[in-house]
Design a protein around this ligand. Structure first.
Ligand code: BDP
Length: 693
């Protein structure tokens, strides 16, 4: 078959000339780990000579994964077989995973030359992270010989929190059912569990809380411990430790005790025995995540004890084997102070009282994962407590999976914020870590939409290195996920970077918040004012009437602003000088309030809604132009989502404006289109079947 090789070469050359959408359809399952064929200089550097990938530490499970990833990735990228032993004259990629000069904790160094590249690390995990970093660099088109740098994770704990229930439902999940098949574990381990670990390890995630913070106590029973042990065994070589959300009342719920009082000796003994039982099965079990005395969950306050009493009791049970991650997301139906101020008020007085193996996990903002919130005032205010940042990757309040919103700019905004206590938020949490509420599900593309994969990716990358810019992350992700063509990236990256601001504009502009419909949080409902708990009502947050709109958190109002350091509070104290993005978060102003743009508040609000809608239309146009660079299946999927988003952005704008007009009795500025329907229409819409609730 002498014709075969030249014919194949001709075909390959022809295929290389075609835009990539002529290639096989893709469904997104491979995430950013597609390792698409290289071209040009990057390909030449890998194909001038035979390629070999080797390590003296082969045989170690983690090193073997690194070797297998490199061999498979390189062979995909080059279209050639990769040798598993050094051959004379080969380009050698070597893993040295026992190198004393590199730090532990996953650090690595990549040293490329024209002859090959060595990954240096102190331990196998560093080699694995180095291998993924190398693949990431190559997949972006960097020639092997130009790769040379050292890297190490900035934060020790980089974790995902799954709000997955044991029955497969995912609270605030918009990507299908849970990826965890508890029913068939431990006997059956789905391949998805390995692919999930790969994806996480490739972005440095090293901890996974497998179950919802609204936890079922039975997940601590022996039958679940064996299931969890199977996952722990599967993920260990990927550097991932498992954690459980623990229900505080478990000693009562499943332990047969009459109380869960943290100071009760029998309760303490129960948790100690439970911890021992878990460690016997999972020696590197990470620890417990606890949501206590929040939204109806049990906690130490049920017994007149503090959060520190509860957390320290569980920390004692774990000892130096693990960590208690105690959530600061608390607000109470019996507390009529501003919800914004409640977590700070409960936790800051406890500074210094938490055991060394307790971490307090603080949401990025003081309310609840809104499209935009100022950083939580607890950051920087508890210097003697280990604080960790909690971000939400799943888009509960940002349009679910169908709205394109790249969240790195939102997290970057928080991480870069100067707390006024001598550190940025990133500096406060860097010694501890970051947790992200996962957006994974059983959907083929994992996250319910192709672009939501970018948020999983961005979370991991920022937890690894919070100084990375959103732009760098977007570029990396888009190059690996879709196409490294410069023309594609120059267009898709700005589109991603502006996408979250578009959501802010059409949902909650100028510092408005929590205007989503009740329960499921799908769509607008600023008119809801009659729910039993005041802080569940959108009216509680916007406070709009004929005179004005906004929440006064200055000393004339709830004084929550005083929880920020003086230098920060000063920036937001005066409505005339407050950045408009925070205006209605901290101030109540009249509809005629003059804005820096020269418009009145009312005109500015209308303008922002219109900008948000226009931005979505612009994203759809940009994406349409990018069809030549993207396989048809994923291109169409994104196009369909953008059409949903365009409709829903208009719905948000129209419903919100119709409601504000009903309150302020004002006309829209000249030339502004009226809402498509009367307010009653928007109010009549109900969505009992909305997902994730
Ligand atoms: C809210 C979610 C709710 C979570 C809660 C939490 O609506 O489902 O249980 O946060 O973080 O945003 O505990």
């Amino acid at each position: 078959m002498i014709w075969k090789a030249p014919f194949a070469a001709v075909v390959a050359a022809f295929l290389a000339m075609l835009p990539s959408n002529a290639a096989q359809a893709e469904d997104g399952y491979d995430l950013w780990l597609r390792h698409a064929p290289l071209e040009g200089e990057a390909l030449d550097a890998l194909t001038v000579r035979p390629l070999a990938v080797v390590s003296d530490q082969a045989g170690n499970a983690t090193v073997d994964i690194a070797l297998a990833e490199l061999r498979a990735g390189l062979s995909n990228m080059t279209g050639r077989a990769v040798a598993t032993a050094a051959e004379p004259g080969a380009t050698l990629i070597a893993l040295d995973c026992d190198h004393p000069q590199i730090a532990d904790g996953g650090a690595f160094s990549l040293n490329g030359s024209s002859n090959g590249l060595t990954v240096y690390a102190f331990e196998p995990l560093g080699c694995l992270y180095g291998a993924y970093a190398l693949l990431r660099d190559l997949a972006q088109g960097t020639p092997l010989g130009e790769i040379g740098y050292s890297d190490a994770p900035a934060m020790p704990l980089r974790m995902l929190n799954h709000w997955d229930n044991p029955d497969g439902h995912v609270e605030r999940g918009y990507a299908g059912r849970s990826i965890f098949d508890w029913w068939h574990l431990p006997e059956r381990l789905d391949q998805r569990m390995i692919d999930y670990a790969r994806a996480n390890a490739s972005i440095g995630i090293n901890g996974v809380v497998v179950n919802n913070v609204n936890a079922r106590a039975f997940m601590l029973e022996p039958r679940y411990i064996v299931k969890l042990a199977r996952l722990a065994d599967a993920w260990r070589p990927y550097g991932i430790r498992v954690y459980l959300s623990a229900r505080f009342s478990a000693p009562r719920d499943i332990g047969g005790l009459p109380t869960a009082d943290p100071l009760d000796p029998a309760v303490r003994a129960w948790w100690k025995a439970k911890a021992d039982e878990i460690y016997a099965a999972i020696p590197d079990f990470g620890g417990f995540l606890v949501k206590a005395n929040s939204e109806g969950q049990p906690g130490p306050q049920d017994y007149g004890r503090t959060h520190a009493d509860g957390a320290n009791m569980m920390a004692e049970a774990l000892g130096d084997r693990g960590t208690v991650i105690w959530r600061a997301f608390v607000y109470s139906e019996f507390d009529d102070t501003d919800r914004h101020a409640q977590a700070y008020a409960e936790f800051v007085p406890l500074d210094g009282q938490f055991a060394p193996n307790v971490i307090v996990q603080v949401k990025n903002g003081a309310i609840d994962f809104q499209p935009r919130e100022p950083f939580h005032p607890m950051f920087g205010a508890m210097p003697n407590t280990r604080l960790m940042l909690e971000a939400q990757i799943t888009k509960e309040y940002l349009g679910f999976a169908s709205h394109l919103a790249f969240l790195a700019p939102m997290w970057e905004e928080v991480l870069e914020a100067d707390t006024g206590h001598g550190a940025t938020v990133a500096e406060v949490v860097a010694p501890v870590g970051m947790a992200g509420v996962a957006n994974t599900g059983s959907d083929r593309n994992w996250s319910g939409s192709d672009f939501d994969q970018a948020n999983w990716y961005a979370f991991g990358r920022l937890a690894w290195d919070p100084s990375l810019s959103s732009e760098t992350i977007a570029r990396e992700w888009a190059a690996q996920t879709f196409s490294r063509a410069p023309a594609f990236l120059d267009s898709v990256v700005p589109m991603m970077l502006g996408s979250r601001e578009a959501v802010v504009d059409y949902m909650t502009p100028l510092g408005l918040a929590h205007l989503m419909d009740t329960g499921h949080h799908y769509g607008p409902a600023p008119w809801v004012c009659d729910l039993e708990r005041p802080e569940w009502n959108p009216c509680y947050y916007h406070r709009a009437d004929a005179h004005g709109i906004g929440f006064d958190r200055t000393e004339r109002g709830t004084h929550a602003l005083a929880q920020y350091a003086p230098s920060v509070a000063a920036q937001w104290a005066d409505p005339a000088t407050t950045d408009p993005i925070w205006l209605l978060w901290f101030h109540r102003v009249s509809w005629d309030h003059p804005m820096p743009s020269g418009r009145s508040l009312w005109a500015e609000l209308v303008h922002r809604y219109d900008s948000g809608v226009a931005a979505v239309d612009a994203m759809a146009a940009t994406w349409a132009d990018l069809a030549p660079y993207v396989d048809a299946q994923r291109h169409r999927a994104v196009t369909e989502n953008l059409a949903i988003q365009a409709n829903e952005a208009r719905w948000w704008r129209d419903a919100s404006l119709a409601y504000w007009q009903s309150v302020n009795g004002r006309e829209l500025p000249a030339g502004t289109p009226s809402p498509a329907h009367a307010l009653d229409y928007y109010r009549s819409l109900t969505f009992p079947e909305a997902p994730g609730n």
